[in-house]
Design a protein around this ligand. Sequence first.
Ligand code: GLU
Length: 309
Amino acid sequence: MQNIQPVIDSIYDIMQSRLGEGKVADYIPELAKIDPKQFGMAVTTVEGETFVAGNAQTQFSIQSISKVFMLTLALGKTGESVWKRVGREPSGSAFNSIVQLERESGIPRNPFVNAGAIVVTDMVLAGHQPREAIGELLRFIRYLADDETISIDNKVAQSEQATGYRNFALANFMRSFGNLHHPVEHTLGVYFHQCAISMNCVQLARAGLFLANRGRNPITGHSVVSDRRARRINALMLTCGHYDGSGDFAYHVGLPGKSGVGGGILVVAPGKASVAVWSPGLNEVGNSALGSEALEMLANEMGWSVFGA
Ligand code: GLU
């Protein structure tokens, strides 16, 4: 394999002159305060080596990247019956769109648009208090990353709780169709806290490593999911991980990934590595502008793609 460190160092150098591009998410007031001139990257290989560049140790709000971990939990809990309440098709719509929901009777297109993620959270909430469900997710992420220090930024959670009108609309709408089984405040309470989990690139790359290694974390030896389930989660990230920018991301990067409005992106190069990149400025579809480009450069340089040998 080509030497990774010089590749990410040169990507970092290129990004240095472009820091601040894109637009920080401002619909969550607490996220609007983040300095956009930051860029970090971490690559953890399936051999267990980690390479970093830039602000790889700076904590950021993982936002929608949490949806991958919550889906993994829901699949573990309820298996394939997850798909009775949420679909597996790309939406071609914005992350918080409500239009398809009415036509499709309250069944969201996929688990990575907000509506779908809210339903998935509702599944994990079954039989629990909201506090227990968020605790379960946090423990799971700490276990995946092998890092007990990972925590929730309560200010971000409260900021979103106070302004999450769209998410309340989506949740109420689905409740009216019977596709939300708990009170809207409970499910959204968990959802806002999962989005407010703070991680840095190193922690995130490690947490995603099981998806690059047939469901098993090669560093800790933990078997997290079966090989088949890891493939399926990767398939969903490839087709639905970047909202209405998913096709474009597959075209340019060619690897499964999940973005968040905090500016983070988790990407999986199966059999090779897990990659986390963070830069807060977002492009027009809500994915990190510099992060997306950095991943394209990395995939090109390393020859990583799920579409070719
Ligand atoms: N917490 C965000 C929201 O629900 C997540 C969106 C995202 O990261 O794409 O609006």
